[in-house]
Design a protein around this ligand. Structure first.
Ligand code: ZN
Length: 206
C-alpha cells in the first residue's frame, strides 16, 4: 500500500528537498525509513508534490503515471535522490557543497536533459514543458535535478538546515534564521515531549 501523503511531507521549501525528504531519519541506521520503494510510491509522491504546491513551476513535468516507471527508471530516480541529499546535506551541515555530490547532480541533470526537451518558462528563468508533450520519468528527473541546481545557485542555499529529529533538509525562511525543526507540530513537539519525559521520570532505583 502506498503512503498517504499530507502537506506535512512537503516542508522542505524546494521540490528537490522534499524529494530527498522521502527518506526520514537518514542519519540513524536503526530508525531510517524510505517512503519510495516502488513505482507506485514515486508516482503517488509526484502527484502529491503537485497537489500540495511543492512542485511549483515544475508541476507540468511531474504528471507521470506509475506504469511509466520500469525498474531502471525507479533506480534512476533513487540515484538522483541520493545525489540531491548528499549535495544539500553537505551544504546544510558543513556550509560547503561536496564537489562530488555537485558533479553527480549535474550529471543527472545533463543525462535527463539529453533525453527530453525543455523550454524556458514565461518568467524567462524556469523551465516548463508544453502540456501536450508526454511526461515521462525523464521529465520528472529533469525537473527535480533542475530544482536542485536552481537552489544551489540561490541565496537560499545559505539557509539550509537539517532537522535534529528526523534529519530532513529544509530552507529556513524565518526572518531571524531561527527555525530549528522541519515542522514544529511534529518533530518540535516530539522533542519537547521527550525532554519533558526525561526531566520528570523517576530516578533509577539502585
Ligand atoms: Zn523533522
Amino acid at each position: 500500500m502506498t503512503f498517504s501523503w499530507t502537506q506535512r511531507q512537503f516542508v522542505g521549501g524546494a521540490l528537490c528537498l522534499d524529494f530527498a525528504n522521502t527518506v526520514f531519519y537518514a542519519n540513524d541506521a536503526e530508525r531510517r525509513g524510505d517512503r519510495l520503494r516502488h513505482a507506485s510510491d514515486i508516482a503517488s509522491w509526484l502527484e502529491a508534490a503537485c497537489r500540495f504546491g511543492a512542485a511549483g513551476c515544475y508541476a507540468p513535468m511531474l504528471a507521470v503515471a506509475a506504469d511509466a516507471f520500469d525498474v531502471a527508471a525507479v533506480a534512476d530516480m533513487l540515484t538522483l535522490r541520493q545525489a540531491v541529499d548528499d549535495l544539500f546535506r553537505a551544504v546544510a551541515i558543513e556550509h560547503a557543497p561536496s564537489s562530488l555530490a555537485m558533479r553527480r547532480v549535474l550529471f543527472e541533470l545533463g543525462s535527463a536533459l539529453s533525453q527530453t526537451e525543455i523550454a524556458t518558462g514565461p518568467d524567462g528563468l524556469f523551465p516548463t514543458l508544453a502540456a501536450s508533450r508526454p511526461q515521462t520519468p525523464v521529465t520528472a528527473r529533469a525537473a527535480i535535478a533542475h530544482s536542485a541546481i536552481a537552489l544551489s545557485a540561490s541565496p537560499l542555499s545559505g539557509r539550509l538546515k537539517t532537522c535534529p529529529n528526523c534529519s530532513w533538509i529544509f530552507v529556513d525562511r524565518s526572518r531571524n534564521a531561527s527555525r530549528l525543526w522541519c515542522d514544529m507540530l511534529t518533530c518540535g513537539n516530539r522533542a519537547k515531549a521527550r525532554r519533558y519525559h526525561e526531566v520528570h521520570r523517576e530516578p533509577a532505583k539502585t
